[in-house]
Write a protein that binds this ligand. Structure first.
Ligand SMILES: NC(=O)N[C@@H](CC(=O)O)C(=O)O
Ligand SMILES: [Zn+2]
Ligand SMILES: [Zn+2]
Length: 344
């Protein structure tokens, strides 16, 4: 049993996809940081408030799930708008995607110098900046883009804004682990369940596997092991963020399949498996339920969840709208841990 965990990085989408995805996240997590990369993206506090209303309207009856909203940083973002959104409790954080680094990020930041006024303001009011930490330039090898982001962008950014609260999201490399462990000042990192479970071979096992493709792309085995060490270390800088990112099958199984792995229905159960394999079940609570809340200055949830060791078969495909489905991530087909429903 542990305090209800929070998901510090999730894509809930909108419309039919939101109706499919939200109940899975709300079942497991008390709160979630909701990504703003809709099409078009959520770029202002007012748009974030409207999106939060749409999310609340499709929450299952009786759910106490709380969506924590973000807005998408663009070259045009106004410092006043985000600071006011933060003060009013509409916005929890600002999300920065380097332009064209990932799904629906075309409106992202083209040159970090253009957003320095916004960052200055955020630093002043203590508002976190969440980073998709990959450079977007196509000359850099896709497997090196996270390390290049740290070397070319993050080091400089943190030197210029030493008190800015930063989350390096969905980290995938030993270099990112090392950077976050040793950096001075307020920094944290989220780690997904899938990056703890698969390495890059999973994308090519017997053929091309589009459902194992996400960004940042899974790396070599050594990096996966470094992530497992970090997540299970008890270091409060590392916390749970599923990056559950549903896409329709037709968009994944395509000549140009999009990036994103949908893990919400089984994510906590898979994290539990990883912690068990590492002999660190006693540290799952810190990673899943305490560290992130502390970073964001929030109390842990008062509700609890219970995980039991009991193999089960998560749904493989979930319908969205009339015509298509989303595939659920579960690399071994079965999950070894099960979340007890309140009625169990
Ligand atoms: N992680 C992904 O592979 N995709 C995310 C975007 C993101 O988090 O970078 C998505 O929105 O589909
Ligand atoms: Zn991302
Ligand atoms: Zn994401």
């Amino acid at each position: 049993m542990l305090p209800k965990p929070d998901d510090w990085h999730v894509h809930l989408r909108d419309g039919d996809m939101l109706r499919m995805a939200l109940p899975w996240t709300a079942r497991t997590f008390g709160r979630a940081i909701v990504m703003p990369n809709l099409d078009p993206p959520v770029t202002t506090a007012a748009q974030a408030a409207a999106y939060r209303d749409r999310i609340r309207r499709v929450l299952p009856d009786g759910s106490r799930f709380e969506p924590l909203m973000t807005c998408f940083l663009t070259d045009e973002t106004g410092p006043e708008d985000v600071a006011r959104g933060f003060a009013e409790g509409v916005l929890t954080a600002v999300k920065m995607y380097p332009a064209r680094s990932t799904t629906n990020s075309a409106a992202g930041v083209t040159d970090i110098r253009r957003v320095y006024r916004v960052l200055e303001r955020m630093q002043g009011v203590g508002m976190p900046l969440l980073l998709h930490g990959e450079v977007a330039d196509q000359e850099t090898d896709v497997f090196d883009r996270e390390k290049a982001f740290i070397d070319r962008v993050l080091v400089r950014l943190r030197a210029d804004f030493p008190a800015l609260r930063i989350v390096l999201e969905h980290i995938t490399t030993a270099e990112a682990v090392d950077y976050v462990q040793h950096a001075e000042g307020p920094i944290g990192a989220t780690i997904t369940a899938h990056h703890l479970m698969i390495n890059r071979n999973a994308m090519f096992a017997g053929g091309i596997r589009p459902h194992m493709y996400c960004l940042p792309v899974a790396k070599r085995e050594g990096h996966r092991l470094a992530l497992r060490d970090a997540a299970t270390s008890g270091d409060p800088r590392f916390f749970l963020g599923t990056d559950s990112a549903p896409h329709l099958i037709q968009d994944k199984e395509s000549a140009c399949g999009c990036a994103g792995i949908f893990s919400a229905p089984v994510a906590l159960e898979l994290y539990a498996q990883v912690f068990e394999e590492e002999g660190a079940l006693d540290r799952l609570e810190a990673f899943a339920s305490l560290n992130g809340a502390r970073f964001y200055g929030l109390p842990p949830n008062t509700e609890t969840v219970t995980l039991v060791q009991s193999p089960w078969q998560p749904p493989e495909l979930l319908p969205v709208g009339e015509a298509d489905h989303v595939r659920v991530f579960c690399p071994e087909g079965k999950a070894r841990w099960r979340l007890l429903e309140p009625a169990d």
